[in-house]
Design a protein around this ligand. Structure first.
Ligand SMILES: C[S@@+](CC[C@H](N)C(=O)[O-])C[C@H]1O[C@@H](n2cnc3c(N)ncnc32)[C@H](O)[C@@H]1O
Length: 414
């Protein structure tokens, strides 16, 4: 029996969410590290246990798992997520090796040698100015010559944010919107100085993580795979009944109307040679369907038919998302041990004026897979950044506050 009390303030309004390698890279709808960390503590998950995050994104849960001495597995359909998570969970690179490479890079930026490694892409000049293209190309040339795979990943992650910030896309949005002409004229990014700043900021985070892990006896393992969890997971990713705990935050909805992770990742993925065109299509609910589905989950079925009665197309889109989520849960649930836990951090968005009960949906879907409801914690979101607002009417400029609370739904396998 675990000693457990559900009483806890999950807001973490003043918490530092950018400690350790969490500083490396921004990502839409990032989970704050305090959530997985507290769940692992409350549920008393022991060192050496196996944690799985099926939609790992930038790896916040995985880093916290590693910090707690758990072996971790992450999957995502976005190659950029895989790169960031892989880099963030590394704690074995020698600090001196990383420092030496960074110093070498700084010298290189003073007297750059070699040809810029420029990508062949029709839209390159639309998204980047000439000077940015040349300098990013030189950074890519430098990175291509780094031998150590982990140090190379560290550099690629810093380059990814550098590329986005040196591009012509507006910084305040996750989607790609080019600066208006008057802003574009004044926009003169310097990829070298941005990259140098990112490297030194991330090195500080790596130092903290490395030092923290050096104090542990265990050397936890991290495995991050590119995989669509709507499909059955092969044993090479995780064996059936092997996972002690799942902690994750799935997408809020389909990529057309919520966060388009593929679009967010496009510019840097193109430069890094990892771009996959179908990320947003593969994202849950990404493939358009013709009909509504029934889910045997009363509140969900009721909400979807209400959306459908107001707007057929939106109803079908919403139904397609939950259909994929249900399939993904069926697959994930098989990997969890008896008495193991599954914890989903979700928010209930509003579509066509109807609140969609994703927390209930998770509960129903897991119950169908032989789990019982352990608890649901409510978290008031203190930060008002996207995706708190969306455009429920799908009209530009008309936004509605849809999510100010998150639910941490905890299910237990019988
Ligand atoms: C809310 S984000 C996760 C954020 C993550 N917790 C973090 O802190 O960065 C959801 C992730 O689910 C991924 N995703 C969407 N559909 C997926 C699927 N079918 N299988 C695996 N990953 C998927 C997206 O690419 C995205 O990275």
């Amino acid at each position: 029996m675990i000693e457990y009390t559900g009483l806890k303030d999950w807001t973490f309004a003043d918490a530092n969410t950018r400690e350790y390698t969490h500083i490396y890279h921004d990502y839409p709808a990032r989970m704050i590290p305090q959530i997985p960390s507290s769940i692992i503590e409350i549920l008393n998950i022991k060192e050496g246990s196996l944690l799985f995050d099926p939609y790992c994104g930038s790896g916040s849960t995985l880093v916290e798992g590693v910090r707690k001495g758990l072996n971790v597995i992450g999957t995502d359909i976005n190659p950029l997520a895989q790169l960031i998570s892989t880099a963030k969970t590394d704690y074995l690179t020698k600090i001196e090796d990383l420092e030496n490479e960074i110093n070498k890079f700084i010298s290189f930026t003073m007297v750059p040698k070699g040809n810029p490694k420029i990508i062949d892409w029709n839209n390159l000049n639309f998204w980047f100015k000439e000077n940015a293209i040349n300098r990013i190309g030189l950074i890519m040339r430098y990175i291509s010559n780094i031998k150590d795979a982990k140090i190379k990943n560290f550099f690629k992650v810093a380059a990814s944010e550098t590329i986005r910030e040196s591009s012509n896309t507006r910084k305040s949005e996750f989607k790609l919107y080019r600066y208006a002409p008057d802003k574009l004229i004044k926009h003169n990014p310097d990829p070298f100085s941005t990259m140098n700043k990112k490297l030194s900021r991330n090195l500080k985070g790596y130092r903290e993580f490395h030092a923290y892990m050096a104090g542990k006896d265990l050397m936890p393992d991290a495995k991050i795979k590119l995989f669509n969890t709507v499909n059955q997971l092969p044993p090479s990713i995780a064996k059936k009944n092997s996972v002690d705990i799942v902690i994750t935050s799935p997408p809020y909805g389909d990529s057309h109307t919520t966060v388009a992770y593929g679009q967010y990742s496009k510019l840097s993925s193109m430069w890094l040679g990892i771009y996959k065109e179908d990320v947003d299509k593969l994202s849950m609910g990404g493939v358009r369907k013709k009909e509504l589905e029934k889910f045997d989950c009363e509140s969900l079925d009721k909400a979807i038919s209400e959306v459908f009665s107001k707007n057929n197309k939106r109803g079908i889109e919403v139904s397609a998302f939950y259909s994929d989520l249900q399939k993904s849960i069926e697959n994930v649930s098989k990997l969890i041990k008896n008495n193991g836990y599954s914890c989903y951090v979700v928010a209930n968005r509003i579509v066509a004026g109807v609140k969609l009960p994703t927390d209930d949906a998770i509960r129903c879907f897991y119950q169908e897979c032989g789990f019982t409801h352990f608890d649901t914690f409510t978290r008031v979101i203190p930060n008002k950044r996207m995706p708190l607002r969306n455009s429920p009417s799908n009209k530009t400029g008309i936004t509605e506050e849809t999510m100010s609370k998150e639910y941490i739904v905890i299910m237990k396998k019988n």
